[in-house]
Design a protein around this ligand. Structure first.
Ligand SMILES: Cc1cc2nc3c(=O)[nH]c(=O)nc-3n(C[C@H](O)[C@H](O)[C@H](O)COP(=O)(O)O)c2cc1C
Length: 275
């Protein structure tokens, strides 16, 4: 299932993107809404009215909105980076959880727990489906996630490096060029963000060491910076969200190919493991 990043859009853009998705597919789709957005409820209403099938909540407690979303006939998936927040989401009545490890591109949890350690611990604590995220880009990662007890996976970095992704060519190229140690976490105090090392990330880390104020740090991070990279293609002064798995991604592919390869590869892997 495809997910629209509602958190990076203004309300009108989200409306347009939802109608585009509806034009192109009859398949279910999801809208991700970071609950720290002051207009989160409006984004939820737009997603419900637009015909989304699932809302993925992140960065906040889904309790306030779960009933409303479910009453409208949609499923709620909550994204969380540790066991405590996963249990809070489960307690709020969500249908499934995404457990996202610190390998993941974009915003990370403060605890920096890896996918490998996090997923089985969440699986043991909740009785709803868990979807593993962070560090998965091929059939090996997918089968590993299933072995950890996940019932599915969420991938971000792999899908940026696809023909269909809206990201600027420079952003995609940065992921294709990345190696295992190309990413770094910035803004650990305010909102840890995994991105590809560049002039901006160096500047941020230097400023953080030098005792930058919160206001100054806020100016160096945030939505504007990620647009600078993803939309304008400035991968020196923009934030290039990418996970550690970028080193495994060496060519642009279609989303269809990515998914089919994972499923076909997983069938072979499972047979090999059973021998
Ligand atoms: C370019 C990019 C943008 C992302 N934007 C969002 C977002 O808006 N909301 C969100 O919850 N997660 C976002 N993520 C995280 C993904 O949803 C996913 O959980 C993560 O990428 C999984 O780890 P991976 O990067 O190793 O595949 C983003 C990730 C990337 C790489």
């Amino acid at each position: 299932m495809g997910t629209l990043a509602g958190g990076s859009m203004m309300t009108d853009e989200l409306r347009q993107e939802i109608s585009l998705v509806k034009e192109k597919t009859k398949k279910p789709f999801c809208v991700n809404i970071p609950l720290l957005r002051p207009d989160a409820e409006e984004l939820i209403d737009i997603s419900i009215d637009g015909g989304a099938n699932v809302i993925a909540t992140s960065a906040g407690n889904p309790k306030k909105f779960t009933k409303k979303i479910k009453d409208a006939g949609l499923k709620v998936i909550h994204v969380s980076p540790n066991v405590k927040l996963a249990m809070k989401g489960a307690g709020a009545g969500v249908d499934a959880l995404v457990s996202e490890g610190v390998e993941a591109g974009g915003h990370n949890g403060f605890d920096e727990i890896t996918t490998m350690a996090l997923v089985p611990q969440v699986v043991d604590k909740v009785d709803i489906p868990v979807i593993a995220a962070g560090g998965i880009a091929d059939s090996r990662g997918f089968v590993a996630a299933l072995a950890l007890g996940a019932e599915g996976v969420q991938m971000g970095t792999r899908f940026v490096a696809t023909f269909e992704a809206k990201a600027h060519k420079n952003f995609k190229d940065a992921i294709l060029k990345a190696t295992d140690n190309s990413t770094i976490i910035t803004a650990r105090t305010l909102g840890p963000t995994r991105c590809i090392k560049n002039a901006l990330s160096e500047k941020i880390l230097k400023a953080e060491k030098g005792g930058i104020t919160t206001e100054e740090l806020l100016e160096m991070i945030g939505e504007g910076r990620s647009r600078k990279a993803a939309v304008d293609g400035d991968c020196d002064e923009g934030t290039v969200y990418s996970g550690q798995i970028g080193g495994l991604i060496n060519e642009l592919r279609s989303s269809k190919e990515v998914i089919e390869d994972i499923i076909e590869g997983a069938k072979v892997l499972v047979k090999t493991l059973a021998k």
